[in-house]
Write a protein that binds this ligand. Sequence first.
Ligand code: SF4
Ligand code: SF4
Ligand code: FES
Length: 256
Amino acid sequence: MSGYEAHFKVWRGDARGGGLEDFEVEVNEGEVVLDVIHRLQATQAPDLAVRWNCKAGKCGSCSAEINGRPRLMCMTRMSVFTPKETITVTPLRTFPVIRDLVTDVGYNYAKAREIPSFVPPPGLGPGEYRMFQEDVDRPQEFRKCIECFLCQDVCHVVRDHEDNKRAYAGPRFLMRAAELDMHPLDAAADAGLDRKRAAQEDHGLGYCNITKCCTEVCPEGIRITDNALIPLKERAVDRTYAPLVWLGSRIRRRSS
Ligand code: SF4
Ligand code: SF4
Ligand code: FES
């Protein structure tokens, strides 16, 4: 299709408030939404704030809501819309607005810091780790995460309930907890850290009711719910209700 004029509504404002602004803007064949936002900056709105870096779906910076759906602007082709369609671009709703399309995603960095990192196995040096290939393959999917935080934005636990942010890490970081919990060489338990208990009690795993909205918006196609959150929930429940585990934890508690 050759060039045409599209009707865009773009949210403008800051922490004090704002609203949608209308633009008629040129669109050319092969362009993505980020191209059009850049054209707006170049022609009609030079002070329009937008965060981006790679324009290749890899840095995770250009997250926004396009017609109400969390998406990467650089990976949303204009060809998915009809030329007559109004395209609305708004900032991620779950995080505080800094200006225009730029939000403060600091909540995510705070949650990242709360997940204890990998604990190296004692007595093994670099190059001495040995794992089954299937244990290598399984978390590989989670490593594709580009930290765009679209899953964090869409998750209703925090999207509609600001109060839950304190207690809830969100899908991206519960996935991190799951990845570490399934790591066969992680020595967290030897160091007195129970990752399943921590996921439940410290990071709010129980808030997730497996609606799979996070999986639906993930631009990397990571099956967050099926492959990370549900298995972690199952293991956490096993730990709580397996009779020997229960007995062991009672004995440990008494002796301490
Ligand atoms: S599956 Fe869980 S983490 Fe994902 S969006 Fe639903 S409630 Fe949130
Ligand atoms: S899991 Fe997917 S949606 Fe969530 S931050 Fe990573 S890449 Fe983005
Ligand atoms: S600009 Fe890097 S993911 Fe869009």
